[in-house]
Ligand binder design. Structure first.
Ligand code: F6R
Length: 369
């Protein structure tokens, strides 16, 4: 049942190209337009939306953080992302023009369910992004866009995360499409780029040998830090979460720009620091800034593990370990950049003798608040 893999997690990591392809399937027509008939919220209502609020927990929350960049860029609608467990208790400002997106693999997470109930009580429309047919969260929402990751058995979320990202991109593009934003041309390009992502994820999976080896060599470490900027920041948070839950190590993700505001004090000789580097094309300012961040931490002794696009030569002199990912538009990079971090955490957990599919103290679906 593990399809020749030692763990469900490895099987599910390997299934990601298919999960991404299946989640795109039938949702983009031949002309490159979004076909999201499942989103039964009337187009007239979507045109009136003046704020998007994403609520989710854990890994799904990280998908939401990435979605914010895409939604705001492609639609110019302000977007907030909030941990579902915090949302309801701060009396959030919601009305009929707010679109709430609840992201949940299981569809049973109590915190997320309570957040969406609260949003609907305030008159907001709720769209669920969910991987489990007929579960509670989609049943209680106004509409649902299912992710087609297939059943996820390992407690640590991998393929569900990638498909949550795809679903978020689709919703963002769909909102852009129904509202006719001036990014129409860009939207067509993104649709084309999205259709290439299953192949890109496959390519990353084919190059994970050195990542596994590196992970095993770090099994005795106490701490690993993760840095990123822009969409690389939530990727860093996700990399740290995977390492905590699987390897039981102290791991933290930071926005690289925050280094000088505190975290740089943590850098010491031989501390492993994973840095997610955005594409040098397009947003080159972002890229240059992170290259100087890598220089800064390396000058203080950090062991730098750099995740960077193929052909990005600027990072080479400062990378103790270099992990290449295919060239993608910046907003889509999380789909490839997350994969090495999943493999890294899984291998470290194995090297430390941990139970990969069933980490201590965790449950696959959290049905208490
Ligand atoms: C992390 C993980 C958890 C879940 C979180 C939300 O690997 O699996 O952080 O992402 O409990 O679960 P769902 O998506 O089912 O609402």
């Amino acid at each position: 049942e593990k399809g020749g893999h030692d763990y469900f997690m490895l099987k599910e990591i390997a299934e990601q190209p298919k999960a991404v392809a299946d989640t795109l399937l039938g949702r983009i027509d031949g002309a490159g337009s979004l076909r999201l008939d499942e989103v039964r919220i009337p187009v007239g209502v979507l045109r009136q939306v003046d704020k998007v609020v994403i609520v989710a927990c854990g890994t799904a929350f990280h998908a939401g953080l990435i979605a914010k960049y895409a939604i705001e860029h492609w639609t110019r609608i302000p977007c907030e992302v909030e941990l579902a467990s915090e949302f309801r208790y701060r009396d959030p400002i919601l009305d009929q023009q707010t679109l709430v997106i609840a992201v949940s693999q299981s569809g049973e997470t109590m915190d997320t369910l309570m957040a969406l109930r609260h949003a609907r009580e305030q008159g907001s429309k709720v769209l669920a992004i969910c991987n489990t047919n007929g579960s509670t969260i989609p049943r209680e929402s106004d509409a649902v866009l299912y992710t087609h990751a297939g059943p996820e058995v390992a407690v640590a979320s991998t393929k569900a995360f990638l498909t949550q990202l795809v679903a978020c991109y689709l919703v963002a593009l769909y909102l852009g499409q129904v509202r006719g934003t001036k990014f129409a041309d860009e939207i067509r390009d993104v649709v084309r780029d999205l259709s290439r992502m299953p192949g890109a994820v496959e390519r990353v999976l084919g190059t994970m040998g050195p990542v596994r080896e590196l992970a095993r060599s770090l099994a005795g470490k106490g701490t690993v830090l993760f840095l990123g900027r822009h969409v690389g920041y939530p990727v860093a948070l996700e990399g740290a979460l995977k390492l905590k839950e699987l390897a039981y190590m102290h791991a933290e993700g930071f926005a690289a720009g925050e280094l000088k505001h505190g975290p740089i004090a943590l850098i010491e000789e031989d501390l492993p620091v994973v840095v997610v580097v955005p594409s040098p094309r397009g947003r080159s300012v972002l890229h240059d800034k992170i290259v100087s961040n890598i220089q800064e931490i390396r000058a203080r002794g950090a062991r730098t593990i750099v995740i960077a696009e193929e052909g990005d030569e600027a990072v080479v002199p400062y990378a103790d370990h270099l992990v290449r990912v295919p060239v993608t538009p910046t907003l889509l990079q999380p789909l490839v950049a997350t994969v090495p971090l999943q493999v890294f955490a899984c291998e470290l957990a194995t090297a430390r003798g941990n139970e990969v599919d069933q980490p201590r103290n965790l449950a696959k679906s959290v049905t208490v608040e």
